[in-house]
Design a protein around this ligand. Structure first.
Ligand code: C2E
Ligand code: CA
Ligand code: CA
Ligand code: CA
Length: 279
């Protein structure tokens, strides 16, 4: 028989075949989902490590699938990346997050920033700069109102090209943050060249900071590195007061995690801001 190559393994492997057809089903639905208005955003507060006042919100996309129910981004973003749907979904996220911030500005929340995640494919889109600029303009925002989070592993896929892209974005005045910091094996030499404002210390290091001497050491090293490079550092996945206290003591600038708030629906995020203002 002719060797059909690894792509044809699915013909002989029932479990793999099932996951592939499931995947193809979702792929088609993903294209419709935007038109059908099935995506929405949750917003998770980012607080000042010292005062615990909210300084930013991170937009996190969700898909309300008509039959499957709530689909989380880890499940569909990789799929959207491989099919190209990410371009449209990504610009919808950017537009929606900017409009939400415009609403918060109108309610008098003047210094809250919006953080938006960028995927690998998005970073490489040739018109990314234009669409960021357009989204800001439509919402009447300044570059500094927006922070773009890009994972370290995405940057490592094409280090030189990434730097050029980041420089283009930075010239718009937007803030740039390296997400999942510590998981991408960047060299110190490369990190030094990145035109970014902050690192987001990965949740996996924060999780065991209270029990693992090694993780505590990693967090301390990351904070020291950020400080030496003149950058700010955000810790994600903060789940209890002990972690918050330790990270504050290490010198983290911002904290984010369930301890402060879960990702919230738009109305709940607005309430969070209002309650904090009254307190
Ligand atoms: P991420 O950017 O690292 O986002 C943080 C994830 O950790 C979120 O999961 C958030 O809900 C979760 N999280 C926050 N605080 C805690 C905590 O205290 N404990 C624990 N265990 N988890 C916490 P989510 O919303 O499922 O998002 C997963 C990933 O999907 C994100 O990771 C991001 O890489 C990606 N993503 C989400 N929204 C977007 C988007 O609009 N565009 C792109 N390209 N990617 C997105
Ligand atoms: Ca993020
Ligand atoms: Ca992260
Ligand atoms: Ca992550």
């Amino acid at each position: 028989a002719r060797d059909l190559g690894p792509g044809n393994l699915r013909m002989f492997h029932p479990s793999l075949q099932q996951s592939l057809s499931e995947r193809i089903g979702l792929e088609n639905e993903l294209k419709e989902a935007l038109v059908n208005g099935e995506f929405f955003l949750h917003y998770q507060p980012q607080v000042c490590a010292v005062t615990e006042r909210v300084l930013g919100m991170e937009a996190l996309v969700r898909w309300q699938h008509p039959e499957l129910g709530l689909v989380m981004p880890d499940k569909f973003i990789p799929l959207a990346e491989s099919t190209g749907a990410i371009a449209a979904i990504g610009s919808w996220v950017l537009e929606t997050a900017c409009k939400q911030l415009q609403d918060w500005r109108a309610l008098g929340f003047g210094d809250v920033r919006m953080a938006v995640n960028l995927s690998a494919q998005q970073l490489l889109l040739s018109d990314l700069g234009e669409s960021v600029q357009a989204a800001l303009k439509r919402a009447g925002l300044m570059g500094a109102d927006l922070e773009l989070e890009i994972t370290e592993s995405v940057l490592m896929q094409d280090p030189q090209r990434s730097i050029e892209k980041l420089e283009e974005l930075r010239s718009l005045g937007v803030r740039l943050s390296i997400d999942d910091f510590g998981t991408g094996y960047s060299s110190l030499g490369y990190l030094k060249m990145l035109p970014v404002h902050s690192f987001k210390l990965d949740r996996s290091f924060v999780r065991d900071i209270g029990t693992s001497e090694k993780d505590l050491e990693i967090c301390a090293t990351a904070v020291g590195l950020a400080r030496n490079l003149g950058l700010e550092i955000v810790a994600e996945g903060v789940e209890d007061s002990e972690q918050a206290a330790q990270l504050r003591q290490l010198g983290c600038n911002f904290l984010q995690g369930y301890y402060f708030a879960r990702p919230l629906a738009a109305y709940a995020a607005t309430n969070y801001l209002m309650e904090e203002r009254e307190s």
